[in-house]
Design a protein around this ligand. Sequence first.
Ligand code: ATP
Ligand code: MG
Length: 392
Amino acid sequence: MKEIILCKYGEIVLKGANRSYFEGLLSREIKYRLRPYGKFSVYRMQSTVYAEPVDEDADIDGAFDALKKVFGISALCRCAVAEKNMESILSVIRSYIPNEMVGIKTFKVEAKRSDKAFPLKSPEISALAGGEILSVCPYLKVNVKDPDVVVKVEIREGGAYIHAGQTKGACGMPIGSNGKGMLLLSGGIDSPVAGYMLAKRGVKIEAVHFESFPYTSERAKEKVLELASIMTAYTGSMRVHVVSLTKIQEEIARNCEEDYFTLLLRRFMMECAQRIAEKNDCKALITGESVGQVASQTIQAIGVTDSIARMPVFRPCIGMDKEEIVEIARKIDTFETSILPFEDCCTVFTPRHPKTKPELEKVLVEERKLDFNALVEDALSSEEIINISYGR
Ligand code: ATP
Ligand code: MG
């Protein structure tokens, strides 16, 4: 029996004149995400993208799991395909439905007839299908008000589809529909979550990671690349720029007042990140900051960091508690990697008494003790680019 995956759109439906542009992006992303799972034919009809396995070898379980992580899909279902006649529909119900009803006590059938040429009306289709289900699964009961499962029979253009419940999709907007953003990706819990949240709104993510070798280790960098790789299940392939801040940190430590070390470092990070962003057509920076989480994330400290930005800085975790961030990190599978204990460059040369209510003027006095531009350029000359491809 043939199975097919139907992907139903979310917000794209609201896009009016631009709708076909969004649909095109979504279909392209779906094709790309299905590549590791065998040959699929992907096409659109009636606000739905169909993913149809072309040969026997296609891994439909894997494909279904992968599609649950594609932004722009609000719901998906695995359907058995029947020919558009009642005999074929009932025969597919007999072989398909019993496996889908394990552990289920009550059900109802909803038929939907988009193809009005089909000779029976929806209530008639539902009655016949319901009767067939009761005969192959006599332990089931019909419950119209509050069933455990709603079995759907959809008579569509391309055939009749039968499924027992749909799964919620990742929602959001198709990747690439809202341009590109540069994520400042540390090895921590928050920044992968921040990247996920902007990706969900259709932003294609590139990332920059700052290292401080030999104060930070090669394994700390590998951990970040591993995080990026996990994120590709949602973001698609990701380019990661790795930049060394060693010299900047040493110069700050040698020339500036200790209380300002972290703030100065963060301004360097923002400047390096936005120069790489500008070069790579990214229109915003993304960080995992959350108000008050650490000394450099007080409103005043964020103000000092922000004042160097020439592009919007998105901080989707800004109003979230750590627990809420952790919940998302677990959902997207980055948590376990994030908590591996490797040092971050922010934890090197940390001041004993960081300024929590810094004044920009005083920070600038410290910053002027350094050749800011030369240090940024020197750091950027260390840039290494790593392409993380989407895999399974
Ligand atoms: P995270 O859990 O994401 O590491 P954090 O709570 O540890 O965040 P900070 O270390 O102050 O907070 O960093 C705040 C944000 O700055 C991070 O979320 C990230 O966006 C960025 N950042 C920090 N360290 C780095 C780094 N080494 N490379 C790139 N970005 C960084
Ligand atoms: Mg961190």
